[in-house]
Write a protein that binds this ligand. Structure first.
Ligand SMILES: [Zn+2]
Length: 466
């Protein structure tokens, strides 16, 4: 759809609903048969206006009508003595055609107490552009323009015109309803092919007033999924201890064994992350997503290193990390004393950078350590499926991408008069549980360790859920 040329998007709710506000009040308080009949009669009155400068049934255009013409249009409401259903109109001092409605709506000077509740109900019913209520009002717009002689369906579209006039009794509704909406959309924002300068004022005033005069409504927070983690923490700790023993059983006689350190190191790192995830409530919080992303990356990096399995690559992985420590160390020397971050110390960085050899002989590499991005590493290592399953969405939380931010800190306001805007949420602790995913990723890492340094049978069992 994004490739279609010359498409300008137009929103029923944001651009046109407020113009038909009077009709939304009727729809929300009458039976469907009654209001459809009423709308038909009103549209028939528009036929009498043929030839006159008449622009439709929106508030802005109705304001331009003479008293006589306006009264003629709303006569079917008068006939039914139903003007009191429109009393909420009197709450809006900016209503363009207020002078007309004031002649008919009882107690105009004394707005109803429950007015905003009625308005919220009406707007709530009609906001969604494909809802039955919205479609019915959109039908009123089109029908009035057809009967008022402003819109003509000719040639191959004549049948559509007949079906719209006969709505809801003629034709297949699955086709007629979308046809009504398409025709209504083509009428533009304020009845007329081109919206005129200044005609959108009412719409923006309407929403502004609704927002200022009514409060936000917060939804009950979603209850967190129940997850049974009994014994999981101890299980991870046991695997950690077994792995420690397994490490000491390796017969490595090098002072620096890049492969041994990397394989065990990444696996211990994964165990560490999972321990942290399940120790608190992180598996339901945003931190859990950061950990999933990290576990996924560790698994892909380890798989790639093992796939290539060359001395050069093991060194490259290690040197790159040490180069990063050196880089951070050099930068930190230049930071003024009061400005230095507290989560690392210069001494620690210096030690890490100099651990294998004097840092002066250590290159600082920029970019990725393997000169590949993680996606290609996962392809080379044959674990692209894991990348696809876990990496993309979890990365958004690390980078602060919009949808991750939205998911973490905002709720939807449920007041229909606020048009589903976002409001700050209570910090979320009810996200989907990610402990089981973390255990799956961890076991994949443990399996790599087992294949490289057999035999290591330790795995983490995710507790059976009731
Ligand atoms: Zn709100």
């Amino acid at each position: 759809m994004t490739k279609l040329p010359n498409v300008s998007l137009s929103s029923w709710r944001d651009e046109r609903l407020a113009e038909m506000f009077w009709a939304t009040l009727l729809v929300s308080q009458m039976t469907r048969d009654d209001y459809l009949q009423l709308f038909r009669e009103i549209s028939e009155r528009c036929a009498d206006l043929e030839g006159k400068d008449w622009g439709g049934l929106g508030h802005t255009k109705l304001a331009e009508q003479s008293d006589d013409d306006f009264d003629k249009i709303v006569e079917p409401i008068a006939k039914r003595e139903q003007f009191q259903l429109l009393s909420a109109l009197s709450l809006f001092p900016d209503l363009p055609d207020a002078h007309h409605w004031a002649r008919h709506v009882p107690n105009w000077e004394d707005p109803p107490e429950r007015g905003y509740e009625d308005i919220a109900l009406a707007v709530g019913l009609t906001s969604w552009h494909q809802s039955e209520a919205a479609t019915d009002i959109r039908w009123l717009r089109v029908l009035s323009m057809i009967l008022g002689g402003k819109v003509h369906f000719v040639g191959h579209t004549a049948k559509i015109g007949e079906e719209i006039v006969g709505f809801p009794d003629v034709g297949d509704m699955k086709a007629v309803r979308p046809a009504i909406r398409a025709a209504e959309q083509s009428l533009g924002s304020v009845e007329g092919p081109e919206a005129e300068e200044g005609t959108k004022e009412w719409t923006s005033n309407f929403w502004k007033q609704c927002k200022t005069e009514t409060a936000c409504i917060r939804a009950e927070p979603k209850r967190p999924t129940r997850v049974q983690l009994d014994g999981l923490f101890d299980n991870v700790v046991d695997v950690y201890r077994d792995m420690e023993r397994h490490f000491h059983h390796q017969e490595s006689f090098e002072a620096i064994d890049e492969k041994l350190d990397a394989v065990f190191g990444l696996t211990f790192y994964g165990l560490n992350l999972v321990l942290n995830l399940i120790a608190g409530n992180s598996y339901r919080r945003v931190e859990g997503r950061l950990i999933i992303r990290s576990l996924c990356e560790c698994y892909i990096v380890l798989s790639y290193l093992l796939k290539v399995d060359s001395e050069k690559t093991w060194k490259q992985y290690r040197n790159y990390g040490q180069g990063q420590a050196k880089l951070a160390y050099l930068k930190s020397i230049d930071i003024e004393s009061g400005q230095k971050p507290k989560f690392y110390s210069e001494e620690d960085l210096e030690d890490l950078a100099n651990e294998d050899k004097w840092e002066e002989f250590l290159d600082i590499d920029l970019g990725s350590w393997s000169k590949k991005n993680l996606r290609s590493m996962s392809e080379d290592a044959g674990v692209k499926d894991v990348y696809d399953r876990y990496y993309g969405w979890a990365s958004g939380y690390v980078h602060g991408h919009w949808s991750a931010v939205r998911d973490t800190v905002f709720d939807l306001c449920l007041n229909p008069l606020h048009r589903l805007h976002r409001i700050p949420a209570i910090p979320r602790a009810n996200m989907n549980d990610c402990s089981e995913d973390s255990v799956k990723l961890l076991n994949l890492i443990l399996e790599k360790l087992n294949q490289t340094f057999p035999t290591f049978k330790g795995r983490v069992k995710f507790p059976r859920q009731a």
